[in-house]
Design a protein around this ligand. Structure first.
Ligand SMILES: Cc1ncc(COP(=O)(O)O)c(C=O)c1O
Length: 418
């Protein structure tokens, strides 16, 4: 029983306790208030301990499985350094992400290079860096590769339980190869002794909540392995592990995933009489999402709209996927009322959190924090309305350090050379 439950009159003044499933312990109100005072708002804050703990959780839950962090979730030197130190491999999907990986000292042999539309610059970077594996998305890509180990990306045609924009394993979307394309790629590989076939890849989508969906994809992939005329040494099952964004959403059952995927692969490989391939997984969101909190300052309150000094330029997810969040005011309690937190941008759809409880006397100057913003926030940020992208600040053992500085007007003007 909490103190406010014991003494209901106190409930009106005590700050709401952060849900420990959504907030890293290291990012207390005191730490976040101090960061806002030092670095301004909005600012992305990231708990290094939490990122490292998630890396360890994946490695412990999946012994013998190669865990590659999908850097698109959050790419910066510091994060890639932590991930490297925790022994993970890395998934990149552009020459730019590869450049950051190299700057972070990531060994090339631990890098997998993805992408459905690799550019000439991407192929150049692949060749000059000599990445460990290239995940090939269409047969024609093979013409641009030399002396590479390759995985072929398959569309398993498994519908993921997620937002349609995040479902990447069904037919009729742009990623991966169907059976005909796969057969064509395998034929071409047969005539390319410089390319080493490592195995097959699939990624059914992102923010997938149910283990059963991953299990269906794993079983389906073993059927593809069994039909493949080349020996499949590696099976990359992709990422997509869901995370809770609000207190109502359950945690993803990683232990259940490990158990059911291991059993399913053993059973299906025995049934199809194929040697069990080495397994790779590629979590992005699950490594960094919970580690991040974004701190904003309230700029105005109008009826039920609470406006803050950021918005869709630092968090595109509500506009893209109707994502939901559970924001809190820092160091503030009080009776709540339901409000809609909106951003500063010139779009009526610039909404950060719809119909959420905040203290009824919320006012300009309050600090508002949005948890679970470590993944696909910094990496999806834009300069809409010529607003500079926020700083990214790391927290370790109570100490803060600037990881990526905020963009200033000078940064925006530097590119505008006309
Ligand atoms: C090929 C591939 N692997 C891994 C991921 C990471 O997904 P998540 O961040 O949902 O784990 C993605 C995300 O788009 C992806 O495209």
């Amino acid at each position: 029983m909490t103190l406010s439950e014991l003494l209901p009159s106190l409930g009106a003044s005590l700050p709401a306790t952060p849900d420990p499933r959504l907030w890293p312990a290291a990012l207390s109100d005191e730490v976040l208030v101090r960061i806002a005072a030092t670095f301004g708002t909005p600012t992305y804050v990231l708990s290094e301990d939490d990122v490292r703990a998630q890396c360890r959780r994946f490695r412990a839950a999946l012994p013998g499985v190669e865990v590659a962090y999908a850097s698109k979730a959050l790419t910066c030197r510091a994060v890639l350094r932590w991930v490297r130190e925790e022994g993970l491999s890395l998934d990149v999907c552009s020459a730019g992400e590869l450049a950051v990986a190299r700057a972070a000292g990531f060994p090339a042999e631990r890098v997998l290079f993805h992408g459905n539309a690799k550019t000439p610059e991407d192929f150049k970077a692949i060749r000059s860096c000599g990445v460990g594996r290239v995940v090939v998305d269409s047969p024609d890509e093979l013409d641009h590769l030399t002396d590479q180990r390759v995985l072929l990306r398959v569309t398993p045609d498994v519908a993921a339980d997620t937002h349609p924009a995040l479902a990447t394993g069904v037919s009729g979307q742009k990623f991966g190869m169907d059976e005909a394309d796969l057969a064509s790629a395998v034929r071409r590989l047969a005539g390319r002794p410089d390319l080493a076939f490592a195995g097959l890849h699939c990624h059914i989508g992102s923010q997938v909540r149910h283990v059963a969906t991953f299990e269906r994809a794993a079983r389906r992939m073993v059927e593809v392995v069994a039909r493949c005329p080349l020996p499949v040494a590696e099976l990359d099952l992709g990422g997509g592990f869901g995370v809770p964004y609000t207190p109502e959403e359950p945690d993803f059952d990683l232990t259940g995933y490990a158990d059911r995927i291991t059993r399913a692969l053993h059973y299906e490989c025995a049934r199809h009489r194929v040697r069990p391939p080495r397994v790779v997984v590629e979590p992005g969101r699950a490594i960094v999402a919970r580690a991040g909190v974004t701190v904003y300052r309230v700029t105005s309150v109008k009826h039920s709209f609470v406006a803050v000094d950021g918005g869709m330029s630092d968090n595109a997810r509500p506009a893209l996927y109707q994502a939901r969040y559970a924001p809190r005011l820092l160091r503030r309690g009080g009776r709540t009322r339901r409000v809609t937190v909106v951003g500063r941008h010139c779009e009526a759809g610039d909404v950060l959190a719809r119909d959420v409880p905040l203290p009824g006397d919320v006012h300009p100057g309050d600090l508002l924090a949005v948890p679970v913003t470590g993944a696909y926030h910094h990496s999806l940020a834009s300069n809409y309305n010529q607003v500079g992208r926020p700083a990214l600040v790391g927290v370790r053992d109570g100490a803060t350090s600037l990881l990526v500085r905020a963009e200033a007007e000078d940064d925006l003007l530097r590119r505008d050379v006309g």
